[in-house]
Design a protein around this ligand. Sequence first.
Ligand code: NAD
Length: 333
Amino acid sequence: RKAGYAIVGLGRYAELIMSKFAECDQSRLVALVSGTPEKLARFGEKYGVPESHRYSYADFDRIRDNPDVDIVYVILPNAMHAEYTVRAARAGKHVMCEKPMAVSVAECRTMIAACRAAGRKLMIGYRSRFEPHNRLAIDLAKKGFVGQTRIITADHGFNAQPNQWRLDRKLSGGGSLMDIGIYSLNATRYLTGEEPVEVSAIESTDRSDPRFRTVEDRISFLLRFPSGIEATCVSSYSSNHNMYRVSGTDGWIELEPATSYEGQKMWVRRNGRTEEQQVPAGKGQHAGQLDHFAECIANGTDPLVPGEEGLADMRVIEAIYRSALEGRRISLA
Ligand code: NAD
C-alpha cells in the first residue's frame, strides 16, 4: 500500500508538491487541509480527494479518525509549522514539515518531543538531499575528489515581492535567512558533514524599503567548522543568487543553479581542467523526498533529514542573527 499524505496549507509550494505525486511509486495524495473552501473544492476535484477527506484548520484534528492518512505534510507560513506538527503528531500521524522547520530552536525541540512522544516520525522538506547533482557533490566532497575541502562559498537570494507573509516577522520568523539563506547554510552542513563551531555575520537592510520593516534583507555569514573548513555565505532578499562551490586542495566543485526546483548544472575543476559534469536525471527531487519518507515508514527506518536536521540549522540561524545584532563572533562549540 502507498503511504497516504495529507497536505496542510494549499499555497504556491503545496500546489507544486501536489503535482509531484504523479511521479511517486510509494506515496499518494489522500487528504487536503485549508481555510479556503474554494481551494479544497478545486484541488479536491483535480486530484480526486473526496469531500470526506477535505478539512478546515478548525476540524484538522479529526484527521486522527482517517486511516487513509499516514503522513501530514505541513506547507504553511513558518510560524505555523510548530503548531500543526504538534497537532498532527497528537493525531497519530507522521509529519513532513517544510523548511525552515520553525521560527526558533525552542519550537524545533517541542516538535521533536511531540513526535517522539507520539511514536511518529518527523522529516524536514530539505529536498536538495534527493537531487542528483547535490548528491553527487556530497559524494565527491566526502571522497576527496578535489582534495581536502578548505573553503565553501554558498550564495542564495532573490528579489522579494512586496505584500506577502514572508515579509511579516510574526509569520516568517525572519527575512532572507529563514527563507532562502537557509539553503546556503544547509549546503555547508551537508557538504562538510560537520557542525559549525563559530559564526560571524553582518546584516544590511534598508529599513526605509517598505518590504523590510520587520525582516532583514541581506545577511552574510562566515562559518568555521571543526576540521578547519571555512564557509562564506550570502543570504539576500534583494539580489539573485543560487550557487555553491566547494574548494579543495586540488580543485573545486561548483553547482549553479544549486538548489532550484530544476535545471541544476555542475562543474568540476581538477588537474588544471574544468569540466561540466553530466548527471543522470534520475527520479525528481520532490518525488524522491516524498517516497523516501514513505519508505522510512514502511521499513521503520530513520529519515535522511529528520527534525534534528531542522533543529541544527535553526541553532546556527539564531547564532547568525545574534552575531549580526551584537557585532561579534558567536561560538557554537
Ligand atoms: P504561500 O503563501 O504560497 O502559501 C502559504 C499557504 O498558507 C497559503 O495557502 C495560505 O492561505 C496559508 N495560510 C494559512 N494561514 C495563513 C496565515 N495566517 N497567513 C498567511 N497564509 C496562511 O507560501 P509558500 O511559498 O507555499 O510557503 C509555504 C511554506 O513552504 C513555507 O514554510 C516555505 O518556507 C516553504 N517552501 C519551501 C520550498 C522548498 O523548496 N522546500 C519552496 C517554497 C516554500
